[in-house]
Design a protein around this ligand. Structure first.
Ligand SMILES: Cc1ncc(C[n+]2csc(CCOP(=O)(O)OP(=O)(O)O)c2C)c(N)n1
Length: 673
């Protein structure tokens, strides 16, 4: 086979029907072999996908990293076999037939749902419905932003997204559609698998929205086609491409499980193997008389030809890219190269020196804004925004330029009150080579948690600027006061949850967030002013170890006080009082659990010491056990907050320097007895 292809022998061109049936057969066979998976969606969308990949999608299977490729996002991630079949058929590297045979098996490139990084050609991780749609909005935005910077020769492509009923039922779809409509993302084309079936049965069980009207109301171009009529699909895509000032929705009416003799059109094909009998019947019905996993030569050759049809476009792009200077070229896919890294470190070091000299009481959200003022000009791909809390989050800098609908000059997005779409769009931006940061209140991290989780799973550098990080926000009351959020976020793997204690740590945390290429960061920042606690300047980024000794009594240590964020100053105050009484109290600042956890045990032991430990954090204790040990104590919240000025609340909930000192006396007394 490969030989025939290599020698470029003329093979009869396969029909559209054969090519689409190849997808259907591979999906049926792989799901059957794995004894789990979702054959219905790939079988239903095979025609649409064939039209897209053979006539429209700009890609070159041999160069999956081509920055100017069209993006294909399978938001309906349960239909992963559609994507895997396409990658195999078009000849992407690493997607051998064997991988399809190992669908859903440990270590394969074909996990249950598409996972970014598992195989070239998988643009994003999908499966949690609606997320892909949000990612696609971010990607389409990134394309326009980069187009403004690089011009048509270097960046000029479309983003296609396949979404199902489930994606459109999810709340995130509303936010994403609304944002894309507002921004006039004309390069975004959503292909809706309008099969009117979900898991429970017909969608009429639970939804009666007119999806086209819904999209139209959000300023989208819409069309409806028979998703099994290849020409109609092609015409609709052609039209959508020509609409430049609006995103497009093409509702493709399809039959789920198309070709399955008794199960097509029913929920039975959604998420279970069809069974040997039904598959045999489908092979007959589709006139597909080939063995499982067998794709006849002419069909595979036609697919492989589709995989190379943009080779000339790729080559001329590569020539044009050669004319870019080296840093512009790397910055197209990763704006933080060695030079930029060095500039970030230098800027942060200088800023720390300024903060130390000025010794001003600032909220960390304010110091964060000051850090941004310096960093935005250094990192060309840094693009910020906020979910309608710009002033509160301090995300807009003097040098920020707001991106307007249809005008993609700028580096700041008013995401509106759409935290979830903001998170998903930031994932899309990051996947497309932008370094996104976006703000909201920490308490509303819940509103975008699924996207945060995917930033972490996909190892994307997304920076969440989450202010008003405790009861310190005062009068807004318990609805706005995060108490469980730090713990809940710390529970997500590969996520840095940073709670800087003062302006100096805040600058350090920005540096860490920007340099963390494979890890997203939450910057949990205060609303209220906090004093500068690091009074002597050091070039070293002390926050990089996650926790460090801020006050280290000489000689013996009677107690260790550990604080984060605004409560570190309480620990410092308490230690001063204790030292005056002859109790040697060390103070540890712990801005980031995850980084501290990553240090050598010897370092951690040296920092934490063997004396009793007390942690102070205006949040719930959950998760602190690991640092406190059996004799430790926690001063913090034990339930929801309340509405009152911040200082009153700290007193009311007993989160004070006096309480820390009293607890220390108690523990030291106990250990001495
Ligand atoms: C956020 C989220 N909720 C629930 C699920 C479980 N789930 C997977 S597919 C699906 C139904 C989707 O229906 P549809 O998009 O119409 O897909 P089709 O039946 O057409 O394949 C559900 C509920 C999920 N993957 N993500």
């Amino acid at each position: 086979m490969a030989e025939a292809l290599m020698q470029n022998q003329a093979l009869p061109e396969a029909t559209h029907q054969d090519m689409a049936n190849a997808i259907r057969a591979l999906a049926m066979d792989a799901v059957q072999k794995a004894d789990s998976g979702h054959p219905g969606m790939p079988m239903g969308m095979a025609d649409v996908a064939t039209v897209l990949f053979t006539r429209f999608l700009k890609f070159d299977a041999a160069h999956p990293e081509w920055p100017d490729r069209d993006r294909f996002v399978l938001s309906a991630g349960h239909g992963s076999m559609l994507l895997y079949a396409l990658l195999y058929l078009t000849g992407y590297p690493e997607m051998e037939l064997d991988e399809l045979k190992r669908f859903r098996q440990l270590g394969s490139r074909t996990p249950g749902h598409p996972e970014y990084g598992h195989a070239p050609g998988i643009e994003t991780t999908t499966g949690p419905l609606g997320q892909g749609l949000g990612n696609a909005v971010g990607m389409a935005l990134a394309e326009r932003l980069l187009n403004r910077r690089y011009g048509d020769e270097i960046v000029n492509h479309f983003t296609y997204c396949v979404a199902g009923d489930g994606c459109l039922m999810e709340g995130i779809s509303h936010e994403a559609i609304s944002l894309a409509g507002h921004l006039k993302l004309g390069r975004l084309i959503v292909l809706f698998d309008d099969n009117q079936i979900s898991i429970d049965g017909p969608t009429s069980l639970s939804v009666s929205d007119d999806q086209l009207e819904r999209f139209r109301a959000s300023n989208w171009h819409t069309a409806r086609v028979d998703g099994h009529d290849a020409e109609a699909v092609a015409l609709a895509i052609e039209n959508a491409k020509s609409v430049s000032d609006r995103a497009s929705l093409i509702a493709c009416r399809t039959v789920i499980g198309y070709g399955a003799p008794s199960k097509a059109g029913t929920a039975a094909t959604h998420g279970s193997p069809l069974g040997e009998e039904e598959i045999k019947g489908a092979r007959d019905k589709l006139f597909w008389r080939h063995q499982p996993f067998e794709v006849p030569k002419p069909v595979l050759a036609s697919w492989r030809a589709a995989g190379t049809r943009h080779r000339a476009a790729y080559d001329s792009w590569a020539q044009a890219a050669k004319r870019l200077d080296a840093s512009a070229r790397t910055s197209l896919t990763d704006p933080i190269d060695d030079k930029v890294r060095a500039a970030i470190v230098a800027a942060v070091t200088a800023l720390k020196a300024d903060f130390t000299r000025e010794n001003a009481k600032l909220a960390t959200r304010q110091s964060s804004q000051k850090a941004l003022e310096k960093l935005l000009s250094i990192v060309p791909g840094l693009v910020g925004g906020s979910a309608d809390l710009t002033g509160s989050n301090g995300t807009l800098a003097k040098t920020s330029v707001v991106i307007k609908p249809g005008e993609f000059v700028g580096n700041y997005i008013h995401y509106g009150v759409r935290e979830h779409a903001m998170g998903a769009a930031m994932n899309g931006l990051a996947l497309h080579g932008i370094v996104p940061y976006g703000g909201t209140f920490l308490v509303f991290s819940d509103y975008c948690r699924p996207a945060i989780r995917l930033s972490a799973l996909m190892q994307q550098r997304v920076i969440y600027v989450m202010t008003h990080d405790s009861i310190g926000l005062g009068e807004d009351g318990p609805t706005h006061q995060p108490v469980e959020h730090l713990a809940a976020l710390r529970a997500i793997p590969n996520l840095y949850v940073m709670r800087p204690a003062d302006s100096i740590e805040c600058a350090e945390c920005w540096e860490l967030a920007l340099l963390a290429q494979h890890t997203p960061t939450i910057l949990a920042l205060t609303r209220q002013g906090v004093p500068v606690l690091r009074t002597t300047h050091t070039d070293e980024n002390l926050s990089a170890k996650g926790g460090y000794l801020l006050i280290h009594p000489k000689g013996r240590r009677d107690v260790t006080l550990i604080g984060t964020g605004s409560e570190l100053s309480l620990a410092v105050e308490a230690s001063k009082a204790l030292v005056g009484e002859g109790i040697a109290a060390a103070v540890v600042s712990m801005p980031c659990f995850e980084l501290f956890e990553a240090q050598a045990e010897s370092y951690r032991n040296a920092v934490l010491g063997s004396a009793p430990r007390i942690a102070v954090e205006a949040a719930l204790e959950f998760g602190w056990e690991r640092w406190l040990g059996p004799d430790g104590a926690f001063i913090g919240m034990h339930g929801f907050g309340a509405s009152a000025p911040a200082q009153d609340l700290y007193k009311h909930f007993g989160i004070t320097a006096e309480a820390v000192a009293a607890k220390a006396r108690d523990l030291v007394g106990k250990t001495k007895r």
